[in-house]
Write a protein that binds this ligand. Structure first.
Ligand SMILES: *[C@@H]1O[C@H](CO)[C@@H](O)[C@H](O)[C@H]1NC(C)=O
Ligand SMILES: *[C@@H]1O[C@H](CO)[C@@H](O)[C@H](O)[C@H]1NC(C)=O
Ligand SMILES: *[C@@H]1O[C@H](CO)[C@@H](O)[C@H](O)[C@H]1NC(C)=O
Ligand SMILES: *[C@@H]1O[C@H](CO)[C@@H](O)[C@H](O)[C@H]1NC(C)=O
Ligand SMILES: *[C@@H]1O[C@H](CO)[C@@H](O)[C@H](O)[C@H]1NC(C)=O
Ligand SMILES: *[C@@H]1O[C@H](CO)[C@@H](O)[C@H](O)[C@H]1NC(C)=O
Ligand SMILES: *[C@@H]1O[C@H](CO)[C@@H](O)[C@H](O)[C@H]1NC(C)=O
Ligand SMILES: *[C@@H]1O[C@H](CO)[C@@H](O)[C@H](O)[C@H]1NC(C)=O
Length: 312
Protein backbone atom coordinates (compact mmCIF):
# COMPACT_ATOMS: atom_id res chain seq x y z
CA UNK A 1 0.00 0.00 0.00
CA UNK A 2 2.56 2.53 1.08
CA UNK A 3 4.64 1.50 -1.90
CA UNK A 4 1.80 2.38 -4.27
CA UNK A 5 1.32 5.74 -2.56
CA UNK A 6 5.01 6.33 -2.90
CA UNK A 7 4.96 5.49 -6.60
CA UNK A 8 2.00 7.79 -7.20
CA UNK A 9 3.64 10.52 -5.21
CA UNK A 10 6.79 10.10 -7.22
CA UNK A 11 4.85 10.31 -10.50
CA UNK A 12 3.08 13.46 -9.34
CA UNK A 13 6.38 14.96 -8.29
CA UNK A 14 7.79 14.22 -11.70
CA UNK A 15 4.80 15.74 -13.46
CA UNK A 16 4.91 18.88 -11.37
CA UNK A 17 8.64 18.50 -11.46
CA UNK A 18 10.79 21.34 -12.45
CA UNK A 19 12.47 21.90 -15.75
CA UNK A 20 15.93 20.46 -15.95
CA UNK A 21 18.93 22.70 -15.81
CA UNK A 22 22.19 22.33 -17.65
CA UNK A 23 25.33 22.90 -15.61
CA UNK A 24 27.74 25.14 -17.52
CA UNK A 25 30.38 25.35 -14.83
CA UNK A 26 30.41 25.44 -11.05
CA UNK A 27 27.58 27.67 -9.77
CA UNK A 28 26.36 28.53 -13.27
CA UNK A 29 23.38 26.76 -14.84
CA UNK A 30 21.39 27.23 -18.03
CA UNK A 31 17.66 26.93 -18.52
CA UNK A 32 16.73 26.27 -22.15
CA UNK A 33 13.46 28.01 -23.04
CA UNK A 34 11.64 27.87 -26.35
CA UNK A 35 8.93 30.45 -25.59
CA UNK A 36 8.24 33.16 -23.06
CA UNK A 37 6.07 31.09 -20.72
CA UNK A 38 7.22 30.58 -17.16
CA UNK A 39 8.96 27.52 -15.78
CA UNK A 40 9.60 26.13 -12.33
CA UNK A 41 13.11 25.23 -11.39
CA UNK A 42 14.49 23.78 -8.19
CA UNK A 43 17.61 25.04 -6.53
CA UNK A 44 19.64 23.74 -3.68
CA UNK A 45 21.94 25.62 -1.36
CA UNK A 46 24.11 22.56 -0.55
CA UNK A 47 23.86 19.04 0.88
CA UNK A 48 25.34 20.13 4.19
CA UNK A 49 22.56 22.68 4.79
CA UNK A 50 19.78 20.08 4.68
CA UNK A 51 17.27 20.76 7.49
CA UNK A 52 18.68 24.19 8.25
CA UNK A 53 16.76 27.44 8.11
CA UNK A 54 18.00 28.83 4.82
CA UNK A 55 16.93 32.14 3.32
CA UNK A 56 17.29 33.09 -0.29
CA UNK A 57 17.85 36.22 -2.29
CA UNK A 58 17.36 36.75 -5.97
CA UNK A 59 19.59 39.49 -7.36
CA UNK A 60 20.16 40.72 -3.81
CA UNK A 61 16.49 40.93 -2.93
CA UNK A 62 14.84 38.61 -0.43
CA UNK A 63 12.41 36.07 -1.84
CA UNK A 64 9.76 34.23 0.23
CA UNK A 65 11.05 30.69 -0.46
CA UNK A 66 13.02 29.16 2.41
CA UNK A 67 14.88 25.96 3.13
CA UNK A 68 17.79 24.14 1.57
CA UNK A 69 15.79 23.18 -1.51
CA UNK A 70 13.46 25.68 -3.11
CA UNK A 71 11.38 25.88 -6.26
CA UNK A 72 11.29 29.22 -8.03
CA UNK A 73 9.40 30.47 -11.03
CA UNK A 74 11.35 31.83 -13.96
CA UNK A 75 9.24 34.13 -16.13
CA UNK A 76 10.21 34.56 -19.72
CA UNK A 77 13.87 35.40 -20.07
CA UNK A 78 14.30 36.62 -16.50
CA UNK A 79 17.03 34.55 -14.92
CA UNK A 80 18.93 35.68 -11.87
CA UNK A 81 21.61 35.19 -9.31
CA UNK A 82 20.21 33.17 -6.40
CA UNK A 83 22.14 33.35 -3.17
CA UNK A 84 21.41 31.41 0.01
CA UNK A 85 22.01 32.65 3.52
CA UNK A 86 21.48 31.63 7.16
CA UNK A 87 18.74 33.47 9.01
CA UNK A 88 19.86 36.93 10.17
CA UNK A 89 23.08 36.58 8.26
CA UNK A 90 24.17 38.55 5.26
CA UNK A 91 26.97 36.13 4.43
CA UNK A 92 26.42 34.13 1.29
CA UNK A 93 26.62 30.36 1.85
CA UNK A 94 26.42 29.48 -1.81
CA UNK A 95 24.90 30.76 -5.03
CA UNK A 96 23.51 29.66 -8.37
CA UNK A 97 23.70 31.95 -11.35
CA UNK A 98 20.70 30.90 -13.42
CA UNK A 99 20.98 31.95 -17.05
CA UNK A 100 18.13 31.69 -19.51
CA UNK A 101 18.99 30.33 -22.93
CA UNK A 102 16.33 31.20 -25.51
CA UNK A 103 16.81 28.39 -28.01
CA UNK A 104 14.37 29.55 -30.67
CA UNK A 105 15.02 33.30 -30.65
CA UNK A 106 17.37 35.15 -32.97
CA UNK A 107 20.77 35.64 -31.42
CA UNK A 108 21.37 39.15 -30.15
CA UNK A 109 24.11 39.31 -27.56
CA UNK A 110 26.75 39.18 -30.28
CA UNK A 111 26.37 40.71 -33.73
CA UNK A 112 27.21 39.15 -37.07
CA UNK A 113 30.26 40.18 -39.01
CA UNK A 114 30.20 41.10 -42.69
CA UNK A 115 30.64 37.39 -43.45
CA UNK A 116 27.47 36.65 -41.48
CA UNK A 117 29.43 34.89 -38.78
CA UNK A 118 29.11 35.60 -35.09
CA UNK A 119 32.56 34.25 -34.35
CA UNK A 120 35.37 34.70 -36.88
CA UNK A 121 38.54 32.67 -36.70
CA UNK A 122 41.82 33.26 -38.50
CA UNK A 123 45.31 31.81 -38.49
CA UNK A 124 48.20 33.76 -40.01
CA UNK A 125 50.24 30.59 -40.68
CA UNK A 126 50.41 26.85 -40.06
CA UNK A 127 52.07 26.99 -36.66
CA UNK A 128 48.97 25.83 -34.80
CA UNK A 129 48.03 29.27 -33.48
CA UNK A 130 44.72 30.85 -34.31
CA UNK A 131 42.57 33.71 -33.12
CA UNK A 132 38.79 33.91 -32.88
CA UNK A 133 36.92 37.15 -32.33
CA UNK A 134 33.40 38.47 -31.98
CA UNK A 135 31.54 41.75 -31.63
CA UNK A 136 29.17 42.50 -28.79
CA UNK A 137 25.86 44.09 -29.55
CA UNK A 138 26.47 47.70 -28.62
CA UNK A 139 23.43 47.93 -26.35
CA UNK A 140 24.50 44.88 -24.34
CA UNK A 141 26.38 46.48 -21.48
CA UNK A 142 26.16 43.66 -18.91
CA UNK A 143 28.22 41.38 -21.09
CA UNK A 144 30.40 38.51 -19.99
CA UNK A 145 31.96 35.38 -21.37
CA UNK A 146 30.59 32.42 -19.43
CA UNK A 147 32.53 29.53 -20.92
CA UNK A 148 34.68 28.63 -23.90
CA UNK A 149 36.40 25.51 -25.19
CA UNK A 150 38.19 24.55 -28.38
CA UNK A 151 38.39 20.80 -28.80
CA UNK A 152 40.03 18.61 -31.40
CA UNK A 153 39.75 14.83 -31.30
CA UNK A 154 38.51 15.09 -27.68
CA UNK A 155 41.56 17.05 -26.52
CA UNK A 156 41.27 20.54 -25.22
CA UNK A 157 43.25 23.18 -27.12
CA UNK A 158 44.97 25.82 -25.01
CA UNK A 159 43.03 29.08 -25.43
CA UNK A 160 43.15 32.31 -23.45
CA UNK A 161 40.50 34.98 -23.41
CA UNK A 162 41.71 38.36 -24.67
CA UNK A 163 41.62 41.14 -22.11
CA UNK A 164 38.83 42.97 -23.98
CA UNK A 165 36.74 39.73 -23.72
CA UNK A 166 36.12 39.93 -27.49
CA UNK A 167 38.52 37.25 -28.64
CA UNK A 168 40.33 34.02 -27.92
CA UNK A 169 43.98 33.36 -28.65
CA UNK A 170 44.60 29.66 -29.07
CA UNK A 171 47.51 27.39 -29.73
CA UNK A 172 47.13 23.78 -30.67
CA UNK A 173 50.30 22.22 -29.31
CA UNK A 174 49.59 18.91 -31.07
CA UNK A 175 49.17 20.49 -34.47
CA UNK A 176 51.64 19.32 -37.08
CA UNK A 177 52.00 21.71 -40.00
CA UNK A 178 53.55 19.03 -42.23
CA UNK A 179 50.80 16.44 -42.07
CA UNK A 180 47.15 16.13 -42.99
CA UNK A 181 44.59 17.62 -40.64
CA UNK A 182 42.06 14.80 -40.32
CA UNK A 183 39.91 16.17 -37.49
CA UNK A 184 38.30 19.55 -37.21
CA UNK A 185 38.44 21.96 -34.30
CA UNK A 186 35.16 22.36 -32.46
CA UNK A 187 34.81 25.72 -30.75
CA UNK A 188 32.08 26.39 -28.21
CA UNK A 189 31.46 29.81 -26.74
CA UNK A 190 28.87 30.80 -24.17
CA UNK A 191 28.29 34.49 -23.65
CA UNK A 192 25.71 36.31 -21.61
CA UNK A 193 24.21 39.72 -21.20
CA UNK A 194 22.92 40.03 -17.67
CA UNK A 195 21.05 36.67 -17.32
CA UNK A 196 20.50 35.95 -20.99
CA UNK A 197 22.69 33.21 -22.34
CA UNK A 198 23.77 32.71 -25.92
CA UNK A 199 25.61 29.73 -27.37
CA UNK A 200 27.92 29.89 -30.37
CA UNK A 201 29.52 26.98 -32.16
CA UNK A 202 32.12 26.89 -34.87
CA UNK A 203 33.73 23.91 -36.52
CA UNK A 204 36.72 24.45 -38.77
CA UNK A 205 40.09 23.24 -39.94
CA UNK A 206 43.20 25.38 -39.56
CA UNK A 207 43.76 25.05 -43.32
CA UNK A 208 40.40 26.76 -43.95
CA UNK A 209 41.06 29.78 -41.75
CA UNK A 210 44.60 30.56 -42.82
CA UNK A 211 44.95 34.13 -44.02
CA UNK A 212 48.48 35.39 -44.66
CA UNK A 213 49.46 38.75 -43.19
CA UNK A 214 50.17 41.62 -45.56
CA UNK A 215 52.96 41.15 -48.09
CA UNK A 216 56.15 43.02 -47.30
CA UNK A 217 57.16 45.29 -50.22
CA UNK A 218 60.90 45.49 -49.83
CA UNK A 219 62.17 47.45 -52.80
CA UNK A 220 60.79 50.01 -55.23
CA UNK A 221 62.93 51.38 -58.01
CA UNK A 222 61.86 52.83 -61.34
CA UNK A 223 58.47 51.06 -61.35
CA UNK A 224 60.09 47.77 -60.35
CA UNK A 225 58.63 46.27 -57.18
CA UNK A 226 60.05 43.51 -55.05
CA UNK A 227 58.47 41.83 -52.07
CA UNK A 228 58.76 39.06 -49.55
CA UNK A 229 56.26 36.76 -47.89
CA UNK A 230 54.95 38.26 -44.65
CA UNK A 231 57.36 37.74 -41.77
CA UNK A 232 54.76 35.62 -39.95
CA UNK A 233 54.28 33.15 -42.80
CA UNK A 234 55.26 29.50 -42.28
CA UNK A 235 58.63 28.32 -43.51
CA UNK A 236 60.12 26.75 -45.58
CA UNK A 237 58.69 28.52 -48.64
CA UNK A 238 58.99 25.35 -50.69
CA UNK A 239 56.53 23.63 -48.35
CA UNK A 240 54.21 26.62 -47.82
CA UNK A 241 54.13 28.35 -51.20
CA UNK A 242 52.28 31.63 -51.65
CA UNK A 243 50.69 33.01 -54.80
CA UNK A 244 50.46 36.72 -55.32
CA UNK A 245 48.01 38.98 -57.03
CA UNK A 246 49.16 42.31 -58.34
CA UNK A 247 46.85 45.16 -59.16
CA UNK A 248 47.77 48.50 -60.65
CA UNK A 249 45.08 51.00 -59.75
CA UNK A 250 44.83 54.48 -61.29
CA UNK A 251 45.88 57.41 -59.14
CA UNK A 252 43.43 58.37 -56.35
CA UNK A 253 41.96 54.87 -56.23
CA UNK A 254 42.57 52.37 -53.49
CA UNK A 255 43.21 48.67 -53.91
CA UNK A 256 39.51 47.84 -53.79
CA UNK A 257 39.12 49.60 -57.14
CA UNK A 258 37.83 47.22 -59.77
CA UNK A 259 38.21 47.47 -63.48
CA UNK A 260 41.90 48.13 -63.44
CA UNK A 261 44.73 45.86 -64.45
CA UNK A 262 44.90 42.74 -62.34
CA UNK A 263 47.59 40.19 -62.78
CA UNK A 264 48.06 36.85 -61.08
CA UNK A 265 51.61 35.76 -60.56
CA UNK A 266 53.39 32.46 -60.18
CA UNK A 267 53.97 31.21 -56.68
CA UNK A 268 57.62 31.95 -56.52
CA UNK A 269 57.79 35.21 -58.45
CA UNK A 270 58.50 38.08 -56.09
CA UNK A 271 58.97 41.05 -58.39
CA UNK A 272 56.91 43.02 -60.88
CA UNK A 273 57.60 45.85 -63.29
CA UNK A 274 54.82 48.36 -63.91
CA UNK A 275 54.59 50.03 -67.30
CA UNK A 276 52.93 53.35 -66.73
CA UNK A 277 53.70 56.97 -67.40
CA UNK A 278 50.85 58.14 -65.19
CA UNK A 279 50.64 58.09 -61.41
CA UNK A 280 49.29 54.83 -60.00
CA UNK A 281 48.87 52.70 -56.92
CA UNK A 282 50.69 49.40 -56.83
CA UNK A 283 48.71 46.77 -54.91
CA UNK A 284 49.71 43.28 -53.92
CA UNK A 285 48.24 40.50 -51.82
CA UNK A 286 49.02 36.85 -51.12
CA UNK A 287 47.22 33.57 -50.86
CA UNK A 288 48.19 30.05 -49.95
CA UNK A 289 48.90 28.38 -53.30
CA UNK A 290 47.68 24.97 -52.19
CA UNK A 291 44.54 25.64 -50.17
CA UNK A 292 43.53 28.86 -52.00
CA UNK A 293 41.31 29.97 -49.16
CA UNK A 294 41.74 33.55 -47.96
CA UNK A 295 43.65 36.43 -49.48
CA UNK A 296 45.78 38.65 -47.30
CA UNK A 297 44.82 42.29 -47.05
CA UNK A 298 46.33 44.46 -49.75
CA UNK A 299 49.71 46.09 -49.36
CA UNK A 300 50.01 49.18 -51.48
CA UNK A 301 52.33 51.90 -52.62
CA UNK A 302 51.40 55.15 -54.39
CA UNK A 303 53.63 56.26 -57.22
CA UNK A 304 53.45 59.90 -58.15
CA UNK A 305 55.56 60.30 -61.24
CA UNK A 306 58.99 61.93 -60.64
CA UNK A 307 58.44 61.75 -56.89
CA UNK A 308 57.73 58.81 -54.61
CA UNK A 309 55.72 58.73 -51.44
CA UNK A 310 55.80 55.64 -49.39
CA UNK A 311 52.58 54.48 -47.82
CA UNK A 312 52.24 50.85 -46.96
C1 LIG B 1 26.72 25.35 -4.39
O1 LIG B 1 25.71 25.30 -5.37
C2 LIG B 1 26.09 24.60 -6.55
C3 LIG B 1 24.96 24.73 -7.54
O2 LIG B 1 24.92 26.05 -8.02
C4 LIG B 1 26.40 23.15 -6.20
O3 LIG B 1 26.82 22.48 -7.36
C5 LIG B 1 27.51 23.11 -5.16
O4 LIG B 1 27.72 21.76 -4.75
C6 LIG B 1 27.14 23.94 -3.95
N1 LIG B 1 28.31 24.06 -3.07
C7 LIG B 1 28.30 23.66 -1.80
C8 LIG B 1 29.54 23.91 -1.03
O5 LIG B 1 27.34 23.11 -1.32
C1 LIG C 1 26.29 36.04 -8.04
O1 LIG C 1 26.44 36.06 -6.63
C2 LIG C 1 27.69 35.60 -6.15
C3 LIG C 1 27.62 35.56 -4.63
O2 LIG C 1 27.29 36.81 -4.13
C4 LIG C 1 28.78 36.52 -6.67
O3 LIG C 1 30.04 36.05 -6.23
C5 LIG C 1 28.72 36.55 -8.19
O4 LIG C 1 29.68 37.46 -8.68
C6 LIG C 1 27.34 36.95 -8.68
N1 LIG C 1 27.34 36.84 -10.12
C7 LIG C 1 26.67 37.69 -10.91
C8 LIG C 1 26.79 37.49 -12.36
O5 LIG C 1 25.97 38.57 -10.46
C1 LIG D 1 42.50 10.89 -31.76
O1 LIG D 1 42.70 10.45 -30.43
C2 LIG D 1 42.85 9.05 -30.31
C3 LIG D 1 42.89 8.70 -28.83
O2 LIG D 1 43.71 9.59 -28.14
C4 LIG D 1 44.12 8.61 -31.04
O3 LIG D 1 44.27 7.22 -30.94
C5 LIG D 1 43.98 9.02 -32.51
O4 LIG D 1 45.18 8.71 -33.18
C6 LIG D 1 43.70 10.49 -32.62
N1 LIG D 1 43.38 10.81 -34.02
C7 LIG D 1 44.00 11.75 -34.68
C8 LIG D 1 43.58 11.93 -36.08
O5 LIG D 1 44.83 12.48 -34.16
C1 LIG E 1 48.75 27.99 -22.81
O1 LIG E 1 49.25 29.04 -23.58
C2 LIG E 1 49.75 30.12 -22.82
C3 LIG E 1 50.13 31.25 -23.77
O2 LIG E 1 50.82 30.78 -24.88
C4 LIG E 1 50.95 29.62 -21.99
O3 LIG E 1 51.43 30.68 -21.20
C5 LIG E 1 50.49 28.46 -21.11
O4 LIG E 1 51.59 27.93 -20.42
C6 LIG E 1 49.85 27.38 -21.94
N1 LIG E 1 49.27 26.38 -21.04
C7 LIG E 1 49.42 25.08 -21.24
C8 LIG E 1 48.72 24.19 -20.25
O5 LIG E 1 50.07 24.62 -22.14
C1 LIG F 1 30.92 20.10 -31.64
O1 LIG F 1 30.36 20.28 -30.36
C2 LIG F 1 28.97 20.33 -30.34
C3 LIG F 1 28.51 20.62 -28.93
O2 LIG F 1 29.41 20.16 -27.99
C4 LIG F 1 28.39 19.03 -30.87
O3 LIG F 1 26.98 19.13 -30.92
C5 LIG F 1 28.94 18.77 -32.26
O4 LIG F 1 28.49 17.53 -32.71
C6 LIG F 1 30.43 18.80 -32.23
N1 LIG F 1 30.93 18.66 -33.59
C7 LIG F 1 31.93 17.88 -33.89
C8 LIG F 1 32.33 17.87 -35.33
O5 LIG F 1 32.52 17.23 -33.06
C1 LIG G 1 59.72 43.91 -44.10
O1 LIG G 1 61.04 43.63 -44.49
C2 LIG G 1 61.99 44.50 -43.90
C3 LIG G 1 63.35 44.23 -44.53
O2 LIG G 1 63.73 42.86 -44.41
C4 LIG G 1 62.00 44.27 -42.41
O3 LIG G 1 62.91 45.15 -41.78
C5 LIG G 1 60.59 44.55 -41.89
O4 LIG G 1 60.52 44.24 -40.49
C6 LIG G 1 59.58 43.70 -42.61
N1 LIG G 1 58.25 44.11 -42.19
C7 LIG G 1 57.29 43.24 -41.89
C8 LIG G 1 55.96 43.83 -41.52
O5 LIG G 1 57.46 42.03 -41.90
C1 LIG H 1 38.57 47.37 -49.09
O1 LIG H 1 37.46 46.49 -48.88
C2 LIG H 1 37.58 45.76 -47.66
C3 LIG H 1 36.46 44.76 -47.62
O2 LIG H 1 35.35 45.18 -48.32
C4 LIG H 1 37.53 46.74 -46.50
O3 LIG H 1 37.64 46.03 -45.28
C5 LIG H 1 38.69 47.71 -46.62
O4 LIG H 1 38.62 48.67 -45.59
C6 LIG H 1 38.68 48.41 -47.97
N1 LIG H 1 39.92 49.15 -48.09
C7 LIG H 1 39.94 50.40 -48.41
C8 LIG H 1 41.29 51.02 -48.51
O5 LIG H 1 38.92 51.04 -48.67
C1 LIG I 1 59.86 28.60 -59.56
O1 LIG I 1 59.28 27.31 -59.61
C2 LIG I 1 59.60 26.59 -60.81
C3 LIG I 1 58.80 25.31 -60.80
O2 LIG I 1 58.25 25.05 -59.55
C4 LIG I 1 61.10 26.34 -60.83
O3 LIG I 1 61.42 25.65 -62.04
C5 LIG I 1 61.83 27.68 -60.78
O4 LIG I 1 63.22 27.44 -60.69
C6 LIG I 1 61.40 28.47 -59.58
N1 LIG I 1 62.00 29.80 -59.62
C7 LIG I 1 62.57 30.38 -58.58
C8 LIG I 1 63.12 31.76 -58.81
O5 LIG I 1 62.65 29.85 -57.48
Amino acid sequence: MSKIVFLILQAVLQLAGSTSLRILKSNVVALDVSDLSSSEVSLQCGEQYEGEQIHWERNERSIPETGNRITVTIDGLRGGNFTCHRANHRDVLNYTLLLVHPVSFPKGVLTQSTHREFVSCFARNYNGQFHCSWKWHQERKERAVVYFAAIRNSSLINCTLDSDISGLTCIDQNYCPYSEEPKSINLTLFVRNLYRLEEHQRTFFIRDIVQPDKVNITKIQDDLFEWRPPGTWSLPCSFFPLSYEVKVAPNNHNCNHTGSRVEKLEANVTHYKVNSKKPYTFCIRAQDTITKTLWSEWSHHHIRKHRHTSEQ
